[in-house]
Design a protein around this ligand. Sequence first.
Ligand SMILES: NC(=O)c1ccc[n+]([C@@H]2O[C@H](COP(=O)([O-])OP(=O)(O)OC[C@H]3O[C@@H](n4cnc5c(N)ncnc54)[C@H](O)[C@@H]3O)[C@@H](O)[C@H]2O)c1
Length: 349
Amino acid sequence: MKTVHVDTGKPYDIMIDRGILDRCGEYVRQLTTAEKALVVTDTNVAPHYQWRILNSLEKQGIQAKAFLFPAGEESKHLGTISDIYKTLADFRMTRKDIIVALGGGVCGDMAGFAAATYLRGIDFVQVPTSLLAQVDSSVGGKTGVDLPQGKNLVGAFPQPVAVLIDPDTLNTLPDRFIADGMAEVIKYGCIKDAAFFENLEAEDALSHIDEVIETCVSIKRDVVSRDEREAGERMLLNFGHTLGHAIEKIYNFTGITHGMAVAIGMVLIARAGEVHGVTASGTADRIIRLCEKYQLPTTDRAGFAEMAQAAQGDKKAAGSRINLVLLKTIGESFILQLPLEELEAFISV
Ligand SMILES: NC(=O)c1ccc[n+]([C@@H]2O[C@H](COP(=O)([O-])OP(=O)(O)OC[C@H]3O[C@@H](n4cnc5c(N)ncnc54)[C@H](O)[C@@H]3O)[C@@H](O)[C@H]2O)c1
């Protein structure tokens, strides 16, 4: 088993092990005094894994039931949170009880937010089952839901009692979601770890995915520990995301996945950095080759003006300025604050 210790305000361990799903109950028993657990999961994940989690909890004498929501981002709204609250209250869950988030990033974000707010906060465990959730969203304590006005506009920063990652769950994850997660994996190499990037170039990440997950969560752990509330360094995790989010917005969040948009965003911003002389030449081409290797697109027909316009409402925009994450070279990143009106000219290369 691989363990990555996270030393935030409330420390916890990320444990990566094949078969760890069946030991969820043991960890809940060790780490909490819970008598009841609500397993929050979606309609795609539940048929594969909910019984293994429910059985392992029941085996430890923890009364457990499942809350299922329709799979997909469309469910990530306050209506679902309200349904979770109702289930928690009807099940008479108390402050010492626990929520288990079993699923991808949508599930983790919602279950974590419900845990952060029900009875002013109860414990939760993350059991991420998508690659994106295993390498990224289950770590760092960001949780929340979308509003009609935009994504992730309501949320909280609770830390889980543990993150249990079972790489075997990726066996049932559709290929396009593997590619989606790989965009975030590539991002970690770009911003912090040249040797890791080289490893992704030289080998097939899926052949040693346990180590890949460990590297990604270690990088995220290091960044988040130094900046729990996204005041500075944590922004580096948004490499490729400002333009990526803009592209997702242009497509109204349909027809293009988050990972596809981030891949294009990473290429565009690396190319712009090269043209403006702040990024080593050849960087964008390496990112293109790596994205293509993992079935990710690297170009889009959206225009720069349209992208700049769509990026105006981004959360990374601080008033009249926008924080752009740029690379010096592969493995070294920095933040450039740019007046919003200069964004279009900066990316139009
Ligand atoms: N909190 C954070 O720090 C953070 C970071 C990045 C992304 N996010 C959020 O994460 C969400 C995206 O995450 P996602 O891509 O995991 O989306 P998701 O939860 O919708 O999962 C993707 C799809 O895969 C299915 N799935 C998941 N695991 C499976 C498995 N093992 N077998 C079969 N099907 C499986 C899901 O049902 C869904 O259809 C977005 O809402 C985004 O805002 C949060």
